[in-house]
Ligand binder design. Structure first.
Ligand code: GLY
Length: 348
């Protein structure tokens, strides 16, 4: 069993790489385990815990679900020394951790991410929450899980689109701080797509280390952690305009990364060679890098302005000068109109 210990704010998170048979060994008297109907099916055995099973999908990421989890916990007699366990993708991990963070002012939380996206990003780092009034993750807390239990074998059950969703965040982590991630994605293409266990373990460990580098220094996103939003300001706009269904989060982030680098090229801060290197890897994995048909630059700009990460009156974009050289900057409307149009930007 591999294990890494990280310090996030004043709490420790232990990330463990486990076998399926080891995932449910807990040392707590009272436990509530939160699943969705898909992830519950992954574990046919009856578990010696209180269970709460939600419908899958972003649509359930709301107050009603939190109320359901908290009601189940209270009526089942869970006290503050109980454990909240979330078994699922980002939605289940974010909601279980949010419920655990407010139940009797906070219980221990263990997350068992079942998607590549949740393993590479959502389950680790302490962001919890729900969507509110049409805005994603608008209500929540910063509460790191005590443990994140990763089981690579669970990835074999994922549909292709969901797998590519998670790979997008790993790609982002490579751009931010780990060139070896990019080299693996570029040179071990077949093994990555075949979900080779060793290659995936290395990609995930590296990915978690990149995220840890940010969250250990800036647990509550006062500055540096915002770099993890590379591709997200553009990506959230695409997700929002396309109705959060046809384009997955990770696909939108990869598209958003290209839009951010194209903006940098047009602004004269990003060398075209870096954009081309990144674009070549993204194209290898068949990510769509062009604004989808029927979506206008104007509708995307309107959605960008609603991004909750805006500072003062201008939206801050995460841009790059090179691999590992990341900074925040506003982007002028004239540049946005160019990169969000249909043409491919190659140089300024
Ligand atoms: N997903 C970005 C962060 O956790 O800050």
């Amino acid at each position: 069993m591999k294990k890494h210990i990280f310090k996030i704010g004043n709490k420790e998170t232990v990330v463990m790489f486990l076998e399926i048979s080891e995932l449910f060994n807990f040392n707590y008297k009272n436990i509530i385990a939160v699943f969705d109907t898909n992830t519950r099916k992954l574990f046919p055995a009856v578990l010696p815990v209180t269970e709460f099973v939600l419908n899958p999908g972003e649509i359930t990421k709301n107050w009603l679900s939190i109320e359901g989890i908290l009601t189940k916990a209270l009526t089942s007699g869970l006290a503050r020394d109980s454990l909240f366990v979330g078994i699922g993708g980002g939605v289940i991990c974010d909601m279980t951790a949010f419920a655990g963070s407010v139940y009797m002012r906070g219980t221990d939380i263990i997350l068992v991410p079942t998607t590549l996206l949740a393993m590479a990003d959502a389950a680790f780092g302490g962001k919890t929450g729900i969507d509110f009034l049409g805005y994603k993750n608008m209500i929540g807390t910063f509460t790191p899980a005590k443990e994140v239990r990763v089981c690579i074998d669970l990835l074999n059950t994922l549909p292709e689109k969901e797998y590519m969703n998670g790979l997008g965040e790993i790609f982002k982590h490579g751009l931010l701080r780990d060139r070896k991630i990019l080299t693996i994605l570029d040179t071990k293409y077949a093994s990555v797509l075949n979900r080779d266990r060793d290659v995936l373990t290395e990609l995930l460990e590296r990915s978690i280390f990149v995220k840890a580098w940010y969250v250990e220094q800036d647990a509550v996103e006062k500055g540096l952690r915002a770099h993890l939003n590379l591709g997200h300001t553009f990506g959230h706009a695409l997700e929002s305009v396309s109705g959060f269904s046809s384009v997955s989060h990770g696909e939108a982030v990869v598209w958003g990364i290209i839009k951010a680098l194209e903006s940098g090229v047009l602004m004269g801060v990003t060398p075209p060679s870096w954009l081309e290197e990144v674009r070549a890897i993204a194209e290898k994995y068949s990510y769509n890098l062009i604004t989808p048909a029927g979506i206008t630059p104007e509708s995307l700009i309107a959605a960008l302005k609603k991004d909750k990460k805006k500072k003062d009156s201008s939206v801050q974009f995460v841009l790059q000068r090179e691999q590992g050289e990341t900074f925040l900057s506003p982007v002028e409307r004239s540049v946005l109109l160019k990169v969000l149009g249909k043409r491919i930007i190659r140089e300024s």
